[in-house]
Design a protein around this ligand. Structure first.
Ligand SMILES: Nc1ncnc2c1ncn2[C@@H]1O[C@H](COP(=O)(O)OP(=O)(O)OP(=O)(O)O)[C@@H](O)[C@H]1O
Length: 348
């Protein structure tokens, strides 16, 4: 993909986005609502960064603060080394062109066909009609919709509409793509194909992608990093693999273990969750442990999850009632470099 947006290119050796101590409050009647409370986050170039949290956690507010559609009440947002609060309107517009967005409901122009939807941001940016059309055709190829140029959005499926929205978002060669619940209106199969397309775009063009979602499965499928927002505060952030293997906060545990069945069975005593971070199998370790301590364990849950393309095993065990044996077993598993986490506390 040719870079037609070179003068907007972000040059910085630090993180592409730095959010420092950002607070956003809204005043309504006599009360003040804290939508974001002292949130700090670094996003590096090329990351696929998930921002996850329950409804009302502050995800959309954070995203709007990222491109200054909302001005933070306090704190700073730096994009490519530039403090957004210090930019003139013109400079801010330029920076915003480098941060494209896609949405849950696609936001396509319904009276224009697919190719005209994609040409729209190009002609707005001053590109000639012929050149814009050529570029739009190139973008349609990238998203796999070469044959839909003349079709109107109403004739497309949800997944196809999101592909058009992605093509339009990429038109001016942004370095950052914000996806606000971009797969929330799609079925699981279509979600997978859109996430695969985003991953491909990230790998091929080095575009930094920020994904706002309430679904851990989306984060697991595609993100390299994740930030967990809870009630306006940052509960935890880091590599997806680390947070999945060893969630430290109650909010992270809730998202990682978010499964009614699992939560119900975890009400039993002496339950542990173990995660295999190597390409090995559970069975020999568990079998040998049972032989060593001559005491059976219950396997309450076992699964393999795909974390960002790598298979990770997860198992929930109920250990023997006898405290001493249970503790010895936990030590045994830890010595074998398994991530072990007691899950009893979580349901209390
Ligand atoms: N313009 C506004 N005026 C007043 N309150 C607002 C405004 N925008 C957001 N809020 C409040 O800020 C809090 C965070 O909202 P936000 O939309 O950022 O959450 P969210 O995590 O994106 O939720 P959802 O997943 O439901 O979209 C909510 O309590 C919301 O009601």
């Amino acid at each position: 993909m040719e870079n037609g947006n070179r003068e907007l290119e972000i040059n910085s050796s630090g993180p592409i986005i730095r959010i420092q101590d950002v607070t956003k409050t809204y005043s309504a009647d006599k009360s003040t609502l804290h939508a974001l409370k002292n949130v700090s986050l670094d996003i590096n170039k090329g990351d696929i960064y998930g921002i996850i949290g329950m409804s009302g956690a502050g995800k959309s507010t954070l995203v709007r603060c990222l491109n200054f559609l909302e001005t933070p009440t306090s704190g700073t947002v730096t994009v490519g080394g530039k403090d957004l609060s210090k930019l003139s309107e013109k400079e801010l517009r330029k920076t915003r062109m480098n941060i494209a967005m896609i949405f849950q409901h696609f936001n396509l122009l319904m009276q224009r066909n697919v190719i005209d939807n994609i040409c729209f941001p190009l002609t707005i940016a001053g590109m000639g009609k012929k050149e814009a059309r050529k570029r739009a055709e190139e973008l349609l190829q990238i998203v796999g919709l070469e044959d839909k140029a003349k079709v109107y959005p109403s004739q497309l499926s949800g997944g196809q509409k999101q592909r058009v929205a992605i093509a339009r978002a990429l038109a001016n060669n942004p370095e950052i793509l914000l996806c606000d619940e971009a797969t929330s209106a799609l079925d699981p199969q279509t979600t997978k194909s859109i996430l695969a397309l985003l991953k491909d775009i990230n790998a091929k063009y080095g575009i930094t992608i920020i994904i706002i979602t309430h679904e851990m499965s989306v984060v697991q499928e595609i993100c390299s990093h994740v930030a967990i927002l809870d009630n306006g505060s940052l509960a935890e952030s880091g590599r997806v693999i680390d947070i999945f293997s060893s969630p430290k906060t109650k909010e992270a545990r809730k998202l990682v273990l978010d499964d009614g069945e699992k939560i119900a069975i975890m009400k039993s005593r002496h339950c542990i969750r173990i995660v295999f971070t190597e390409n090995s199998s559970f069975e020999p370790v568990i079998g040998n442990m049972i032989l060593e301590y001559k005491s059976p364990v219950n396997i309450l849950y076992a699964d393999t999850r795909n974390i960002n393309g790598t298979a990770r095993g997860e198992m929930i065990l109920q250990l023997p009632e006898k405290e001493e044996t249970a503790q010895k077993m936990i030590e045994y598993l830890k010595e074998r470099k398994l991530a072990v986490e007691e899950v009893e506390g979580y349901v209390d």
